[in-house]
Design a protein around this ligand. Structure first.
Ligand code: SF4
Length: 384
């Protein structure tokens, strides 16, 4: 079987080329052709020796993913659905803004974490993506967008590993993909502009801090273990105190001096004044912070929930989101509210791919789990 060169970061490609009797600088040239120029046909790589081009054509490929569909929103957001075989599909989303172009990338087909508010979580886990399958999303999007917009320079300035899957549960494939994003001969992105979002896989957060520190986002979503246990089941393994400790250990090597906490606003479940007070106390009074006045260095990103039928959850009303943000801000915590983008193209993560199948009847399991949910301050369990 031919080797897919998208599976290698630069060091991996150097090792591969050495096996072919080629020097390091040849691997660098090849890497640049693939990632910077978007060329997959070896015969077009004009500054490589003909003998190397022939060797590569005989044993290697630059294998990208078939595109199932492309949806472009009125606001410029573009969502691609990629076929990863055996009935699985994954999504990547491009979000243009005036000062940046962000690509949201998937790391797994499905997800094993099973967060209640997440369309991907409701589909169950199918498999990890390879490094090539992670990078193929960026490769395709970047070079599609250059053609689409008629430009030669880079379009994607930021990557967030916030698509389908828990990236830190696919660590071995993730790290070479991150290195390729950061590599000056690859996509040349700043560490500050590559973000890994995790639901809190504590041991892998520690490894990432050493192996490839990039910006960190943590899906928090709840101010207490009781509530978080029911929204993000991984919390039962790595509860909030351990998770916040891991955040503090991550920061010394991180490219930013704060962690971004993602907080999905769910009507009646986690959005009341009492929840805000509990959250402020959690962040401010975590016992291991260096600065007890400031607590855990962080920013909050409040995310209006993007409803999907199987969740049984509702989006918090806009005024409650505004009020929640104000309470956090008044407590000195930098807080933003994420703009909803691409509503007209089903931009809730995993929604398109979720139409493929519900592999493990996880929706049924989540419905059973709902019955065990704690009753919230407003008395609501969930909304049907
Ligand atoms: S929010 Fe992330 S970790 Fe949770 S189920 Fe969805 S993809 Fe998995």
């Amino acid at each position: 079987m031919a080797t897919n060169l998208l599976d290698f970061d630069l060091e991996g490609l150097v090792a591969y080329c050495e096996q072919l009797g080629e020097k390091r600088f040849r691997a660098t040239q090849l890497f640049r052709w693939i990632h910077q120029r978007g060329i997959s046909d070896f015969s077009l790589m004009s500054d490589l020796a003909k003998s190397l081009r022939e060797k590569l054509a005989a044993r290697a490929v630059v294998q990208v993913l078939p595109v199932v569909s492309t949806h472009e929103s009125a606001d410029g957001t573009i969502k691609w659905l990629f076929d990863v075989g055996q009935g699985d599909a994954v999504e990547a989303v491009f979000i243009p803004e005036s000062d940046r172009g962000t690509l949201c990338v998937s790391s797994q087909a499905g997800c094993a974490v099973g967060c209640r508010f997440c369309s991907t979580g409701h589909q169950g886990f199918s498999r990890n993506l390879s490094t090539a399958e992670i990078l193929a999303q960026l490769w395709y999007a970047e070079h599609f967008l250059r053609r689409h917009l008629g430009v030669d320079e880079r379009v994607i300035s930021n990557v967030v590993m916030m698509g389908m899957g828990e990236p830190l549960q696919n660590y071995d494939a993730l790290v070479p993909a991150l290195r390729t994003m950061l590599d000056d001969h690859g996509y040349g992105l700043s560490r500050r502009r590559v973000t890994v979002s995790t639901s809190g896989v504590v041991p892998m957060m520690d490894r990432l801090a050493t192996d490839c520190p990039v910006a960190l986002a943590v899906s928090l979503h709840a101010p207490s273990d009781v509530l978080r246990d029911s929204l993000v089941p991984l919390n039962r393994k790595y509860p909030l105190a351990e998770l916040l400790d891991a955040c503090l250990r991550y920061l010394p090597t991180a490219p930013r001096d704060f962690v971004t906490f993602e907080y999905c606003m769910l009507d009646g479940l986690n959005d009341t004044d009492a929840h805000a007070d509990e959250l402020i106390a959690l962040i401010r009074h975590h016992p291991h912070t260096l600065d007890q006045r400031k607590g855990v260095p962080c920013k909050f990103n409040l995310i209006p929930f993007n409803p999907f039928p199987a969740s049984g959850l509702l989006r918090s009303p806009a005024d409650r989101v505004t009020n929640y943000a104000q309470k956090l801000s008044d407590a000195g915590i930098v807080t933003t509210v994420r703009k909803t983008r691409g509503d007209d193209i089903d931009a809730a993560c995993g929604q398109l791919a979720g139409e493929v199948k519900d592999r493990t009847h996880v929706t049924h399991r989540i419905q059973i789990q709902r019955q065990k949910m704690p009753i919230t301050a407003s008395g609501a369990r969930y909304h049907d």
